[in-house]
Design a protein around this ligand. Structure first.
Ligand code: ZN
Ligand code: ZN
Length: 251
């Protein structure tokens, strides 16, 4: 047997041992799967993908038929002041995606393989992929990051595949804000995050096209405030990419 064959045999042997010690399981429900199943079992893929797809308003991210838009705005966001130029989403905040995002925020960072796949698909279909020059994860206050151990938006941002855009950490959350309760009014949520962000000295935002990245958009108050801060720092365009848009009926 020549060396190449010996190496191949070792590799297959190791993979076999590896599989025996750590059999492939669905990272959501832990059912056993084939290694080619991309981390989720068929049922979980179906459930997650049922939250994805559907036409949405590129201005606010809510479900909307493209025929129901007036000057690019759906009935829900018409007349609303939105500081980001366009939004892309993976899906709606339905049961399967919600479960996965909540687990992702509670330490299950290995879910980034599946969530990253969804985020990349949304980015590819966004229409602004080619324009992006910098990715900016929505920052956590340092104290919350200390408690959680990581910023889930940064973990998600690191999964994004782009031929030239870099990640910038020069947007900071300078004020500790209460967790936005799901049921709070849009005005209350906007007030809660007003003035909560700032750019770091030496930032590279002026004249650049930036894509903000976050896990969920509810009323959009956080994304709006981040986009406003980036525009005040001279950003040319600000896009937003989120996994899920909440606060609407899931069809
Ligand atoms: Zn599963
Ligand atoms: Zn809209």
């Amino acid at each position: 047997m020549d060396m190449v064959k010996v190496k191949q045999a070792c590799r297959f042997g190791l993979r076999g041992v590896n599989h025996l010690l750590w059999p492939a399981v669905c990272i959501s429900c832990r059912k056993s799967i084939c290694e080619t199943d991309n981390n989720l079992c068929k049922d979980c893929w179906e459930q997650v993908l049922s939250c994805a797809g559907a036409d949405y308003c590129r201005r606010c991210g809510r479900d909307a038929s493209r025929y129901g838009l007036v000057a690019g705005a759906c009935p829900d966001c018409q007349g609303k002041e939105i500081h980001f130029d366009q939004i892309a989403r993976s899906g709606v905040y339905g049961e399967a995606l919600r479960k996965m995002i909540l687990a992702f925020k509670k330490g299950r960072t290995e879910l980034d393989s599946v969530l990253g796949f969804l985020a990349n698909s949304a980015l590819q279909g966004s229409g602004f992929y080619d324009d992006v020059e910098l990715f900016v994860p929505v920052p956590l206050h340092w104290f919350r990051r200390l408690v959680r151990g990581y910023n889930q938006s940064l973990v998600l941002t690191k999964t994004l595949k782009h031929r030239r855009a870099q990640i910038s950490a020069d947007l900071a959350r300078i004020r500790y804000t209460k967790t936005q309760p799901m049921m709070a009014s849009p005005a209350a949520r906007a007030k809660n995050v007003a003035g909560a962000f700032a750019v770091r000295r030496g930032h590279q935002f002026a004249g650049r096209n930036i894509c903000l990245v976050d896990d969920i958009k509810t009323t959009g108050a956080t994304l709006n405030e981040c986009a406003k801060t980036l525009k005040e720092a001279g950003a040319s365009k600000v896009f937003a990419l989120v996994l899920a848009v909440a606060g609407q009926k899931v069809g």
